[in-house]
Ligand binder design. Sequence first.
Ligand code: SRM
Ligand code: SF4
Length: 561
Amino acid sequence: MNSNVNEVERIKARSNFLRGSLETSLSDNITGALAPDDAQISKFHGFYEQDDRDQRDERHDQMLEPYYSLMLRARLPGGVCTPQQWLRLDEIGRTLANGTLRLTTRQTFQYHGVIKQNIKAVIQGINRVMIDSIGGCGDVNRNVLCNPNPAVSELHQIVHGWAKRISEHLLPRTQAYHEIWLDGEKLAGGEEHEPIYGSTYLPRKFKTAIAVPPDNDVDLYANDLGFIAIAKAGHLQGFNVTAGGGMGATHGDTTTYPRLADELGFVKPEQMLAVAEAVVTVQRDHGNRADRRHARLKYTIEKMGVEQFRNEVARRAGVNFAPSLPVSFTSQGDRYGWLEGTDGQRHLTLYIESGRVVDRPKQKLMTGLREIAGIHQGDFRITPNQNLIVAKVQVQQQEEIEAIAKEHGLLSEGISSIRKQSLACVALPTCPQAMAEAERLLPGLLDKVETMAEQHGIGDTDCVIRITGCPNGCARPYLAELGLVGKGPGHYDLYLGGNGKGTRLNKRYRENLSETAVLETIDQLFEQYAAERKPSERLGDFTIRSGLVTEVKQPARDFHE
Ligand code: SRM
Ligand code: SF4
């Protein structure tokens, strides 16, 4: 192996196609942790080692090891699951995890607080309802996003089918998952072959999304690989392909930056899998394996240049890209409440704050969804914005489902537009990367932001606010009109300038603000916006027109300027 590769590359190479010593790590009852190599390899099986950061200092003082547990993330292409699957997921969450289900910004769910001894039962439990966690995390293609738009029902079904096909096509072929978790037959060493990935998989995580314009709820341009569905009279003609998007950056390192994907061109549906595979293999062969901070496809494309990248993908896929067809996106969030699809079926989008499905004293979200799943005959769709759609509701069940949703605080009635469009990543106490609060900060922060908006007469403003506990960008904060990115405990950088459609990056406006200073700054901003905005001008557009921030056109050059 090339000596100039990082440690994770070495771990992958010696893992024997993702087996590592996971079985030994799991049976070691002396510690709640995994062996260091296995803590990397476990990600490809869908789980991360974490420790409860609320307890970290106290346990350290008591000379106890950190309170380790595992977070498991499932693979659920397009976020679709049946009521029967939901009931099982709910049961596992209550019995083998921390009593919650966490809907994610990539249309799947996570379990937090799973102790090592229970991880096999969790994986076997979801497997019983045909869900797995292969590639939930790790340096492979992750959960494939797909617009869950219930309004165009037939097209959704077709596009969702493609999301599942891409997900399957780009799955690792190793039998390690089946052997370790599902007690499958053990293969002898040397029998494995990874035709797409090779034995060291990709240099970094890889993300794919499919959007159906005019909705950009998947935030397509934040993905390594994107497909924009082009339809005529409800019939799919093909896809505009995009590549090289990503959010993650590192504080203080201007060689890292969020980036929007480039357009590669138009392809027919039957060319999609070949193109997806070619993009993956170009990244496999050209991605940076020395430095993980520069290993995402966005940096590979910056290095190769878009033209050379496009030509190489076309060559490997055996396709000629036609020019991209014109598309326009009008929004990046979800549409709440009831919608009737083109097939006459009803769909109810529920607002789930930060995607946390939990029973609280006044809001029994988990119980409510369990009751809905108990009678619902259609399906559930997790949205890319951490919400949930009760889809394909039979007309005769509409009232009953609405009544359960209402009783359990699942309806979005009376919730401000600001809150409905907000996102927060998990952050503390489980995320090891968190520098500041996000999910736990969001509700209280929004109470104050809503009050300020009311005071300035812009209470009904439509504004995308997103918060993350660090610059990795899990709630896609650099596509928000107002983004807060954790800098240190109680401190945030404030970004302005997204356009509410997910097609423009924002830019840092203020650095390292305390929570009080964040609120003061937002107050001043709202005051100015209320006084000077043009009719129907969005906050993000206003911040650029008024010169508060300049537009980011080439992030490599001007994101940190
Ligand atoms: Fe993320 C790492 C949570 C979507 C960029 N992300 C993490 C970890 C696993 C922390 C870690 O490295 O140990 C977080 C676990 C927290 C916890 O306790 O649960 C975590 N990411 C999440 C979720 C759960 C956020 C949420 O609140 O919903 C999302 C799960 C997605 C899923 O179901 O697959 C999540 N992460 C994203 C997104 C958004 C997206 O994909 O649309 C991004 C930005 C897009 C991108 O990838 O560029 C994102 N997560 C990252 C990064 C930065 C990657 C980079 O290129 O620099 C990291 C850190 C890393 O990879 O080293 C990270
Ligand atoms: Fe953790 Fe940072 Fe992702 Fe938030 S953005 S979940 S703090 S890695």
